[in-house]
Design a protein around this ligand. Structure first.
Ligand SMILES: C[S@@+](CC[C@H](N)C(=O)[O-])C[C@H]1O[C@@H](n2cnc3c(N)ncnc32)[C@H](O)[C@@H]1O
Length: 319
């Protein structure tokens, strides 16, 4: 497991530094809640058993036991067609049918082929972020481009049963919400988890949230959203800026994971710059590998990983 180099090249890094970012390799955050986020050199906590069982019963078995699945096909299409055509490498318009596949089929194929690696990355990242003894007991999770509850599944096991989590899954695809809600329900049945209240929205502007704003810490997850051709980063950050005060004034952390490919991260610098303008500090931005288990073998999985923090807003902001 190595974090080989920073995700920013030298000129990008200069531009970022000129823009005023402080990219520190480590160091605890100013508040106890969401602690240090350094990624490099971490032992990889493999997926917990309950999560592997859940994926087997709710994803793998459903695909493999489907009457359309034959030797060499899944739901009646080749694995290559499933990844490329049905799931569009994770960037499909999942609410549209594709050939004979329904939106729910497409989402199931996404979960079958792509969700596992994303879960492994997030479980590893959360193992570090929430590894200390001072884990927050009342976290709000906002998962942008949430897919089928991926961030929720990865984080659920990090907290004790008596913790309270609010999970807001934002995804333009309602078929993703449906599989996400199914996985959230199944997770409660297979394992003792903290109370998780799930809400779903197709965009940030329509997030349903009526609780009074308080001081609860917020974790924003952005996992593999940035390759999406429909993503408008400026709108995303502006909308997030409107949502966060509705949730409260607490510490906000933003966890970004993505493919290491440059084209998938082309909007990352704008994202950094916009978050910086809103008081976020870039704590880490790296490209590197984690170890993942594949049957008896251990393989490297390469990703881009970044973490931002913004302290809680304890001072008056005069108009
Ligand atoms: C590659 S998947 C990642 C899903 C999940 N975060 C994960 O790691 O498994 C990208 C997700 O973003 C959603 N998406 C793409 N563009 C979006 C947009 N503009 N607004 C909200 N969701 C979007 C897609 O529907 C899809 O579920």
């Amino acid at each position: 497991m190595l974090c080989l180099h920073s995700g920013l090249d030298a000129s990008d890094m200069r531009a970022a530094v000129e823009a005023g970012f402080r990219a520190s390799a480590s160091g605890p955050c100013d508040e106890g809640g969401l602690g240090a986020g350094e990624f490099s050199g971490e032992p990889n906590p493999m997926l917990p058993k309950w999560l592997r069982r859940l994926r087997r019963s709710e994803v793998t078995d459903r695909v493999m036991n489907d009457p359309r699945t034959t030797m060499g096909t899944v739901l009646g299409v080749s694995p290559d067609e499933a990844k490329r055509g049905a799931a569009g490498w994770g960037q499909a318009d999942f609410d549209e049918p594709w050939r004979d596949l329904s939106p729910d089929d497409r989402v199931l194929l996404y979960a079958h082929f792509f969700q596992l690696g994303h879960l492994e990355e997030l479980v590893t990242a959360f193992g570090r972020l929430f590894g200390g003894t001072d884990r927050p007991r009342d976290l709000i999770v906002v998962d942008l481009g949430c897919g089928p509850f991926t961030g929720g599944l990865a984080i659920a096991g990090r907290f004790d049963e008596d913790a309270r989590l609010d999970y807001v899954g934002v995804d333009r695809s309602q078929a993703m919400h449906r599989l996400g809600a199914r996985l959230a329900l199944a997770a409660e049945q297979v394992h003792e988890l903290p109370r998780i209240r799930c809400r779903w929205a197709t965009n940030i502007q329509t997030v349903p949230w009526d609780d009074r704003p308080g001081w609860r810490p917020v974790l924003v997850i952005v996992s593999y959203l940035f390759a999406s051709p429909t993503l408008d980063v400026e709108t995303l950050v502006a909308d997030l800026d409107e949502l966060l005060p509705r949730l409260g004034r607490g510490l906000v952390s933003v966890l970004y994971t993505n493919s290491a490919r440059d084209d998938a991260n082309r909007q990352f610098l704008i994202f950094c710059s916009m978050l910086h303008d809103r008081g976020f500090e870039l704590q880490v931005d790296e490209v590197g590998d984690i170890d993942v288990e594949r049957g008896p073998a251990v393989k490297n999985r390469r990703l881009r990983y970044a973490l931002f923090h913004r302290p809680s807003r304890k001072t008056l902001r005069l108009g």
